[in-house]
Write a protein that binds this ligand. Structure first.
Ligand SMILES: C[S@@+](CC[C@H](N)C(=O)[O-])C[C@H]1O[C@@H](n2cnc3c(N)ncnc32)[C@H](O)[C@@H]1O
Length: 219
């Protein structure tokens, strides 16, 4: 009989597409607004690189657990994760999300409005490295979620460390860099710096989701 635990600790997965779909339908179902945002990339010809339903629900629950009110997201796409995040917040909470593709930003704003969250989510259009300094005045933040260009994760992580309150949350998706984390490339080096610098300022773990999700609680 196979020994399951060493295999799973070494990275073997017991999921199948059918299992992933079933658990997402049980625990992270889509209502109309979430379905609209989730399906938007395919409908509008954007890359379908949004969080999966279960990861979106993880983000939502983490923000609830952290009692988050002020949130920054780097990488909006069509607004799926921004809607997940916004739903975790109290009535006076706010999500500032950053997107540099104007078509993505337009589609996201439409989806956010359709979700009834136009007053809760602001889509800031521009390159994150240029927009983030303008958001400092809205902080300190309760959570920063990073899900954009991987070569700048280290810079986004440093901004998060400077602008997150003690006890606040850092979440970074694609922390395994699509399996290339340990390669000899500038992008992989930046992602490793993100991990190591985050560890210095936050209490961290990298959840072994399919592409890794770094979590940190600001010290
Ligand atoms: C993975 S998608 C975000 C998915 C979204 N968080 C979700 O789960 O619904 C990454 C997005 O970041 C945007 N992006 C990439 N580099 C960026 C940058 N330097 N500044 C702002 N946005 C950027 C891309 O255009 C893309 O829409």
């Amino acid at each position: 009989m196979p020994v399951a635990d060493p295999d799973s600790r070494a990275g073997q997965r017991y999921t199948t597409p059918e299992i992933l779909d079933w658990v997402a339908r049980v625990h992270a179902p889509h209502d109309e607004a979430l379905a609209r945002a989730f399906d938007a990339p395919e409908k509008h010809g954007l890359p379908a690189i949004q969080l999966g339903p279960s990861e979106g629900k993880v983000l939502e629950l983490l923000l609830k657990l952290a009692g988050a009110r002020r949130v920054v997201e780097v990488g909006t796409l069509a607004g799926y994760s921004a809607i997940r995040a916004a739903r975790a917040l109290p009535a006076d909470g706010h999500v500032h999300t950053i997107e540099f593709e104007s078509k993505h930003a337009r589609v996201a704003r439409e989806n956010v409005a359709a979700a009834g969250l136009a007053g809760t989510v602001t889509v800031h259009e521009g390159r994150a490295l240029e927009v983030l300094p303008r958001l400092v005045r809205f902080g300190p933040f309760d959570a920063v979620f990073i899900d954009a260009d991987k070569a700048n994760y280290d810079a986004y992580g440093r901004w998060a460390a400077e602008n997150t309150r003690t006890g606040g949350l850092l979440v970074g998706d694609n922390a395994f860099l699509f399996g290339r984390l340990l390669e000899d490339s500038p992008e992989a080096a930046a992602m490793r710096r993100f991990h190591e610098e985050a560890r210095a300022q936050f209490d961290t773990v990298c959840l072994p989701t399919p592409d890794g999700m770094l979590l940190g609680v600001r010290r």
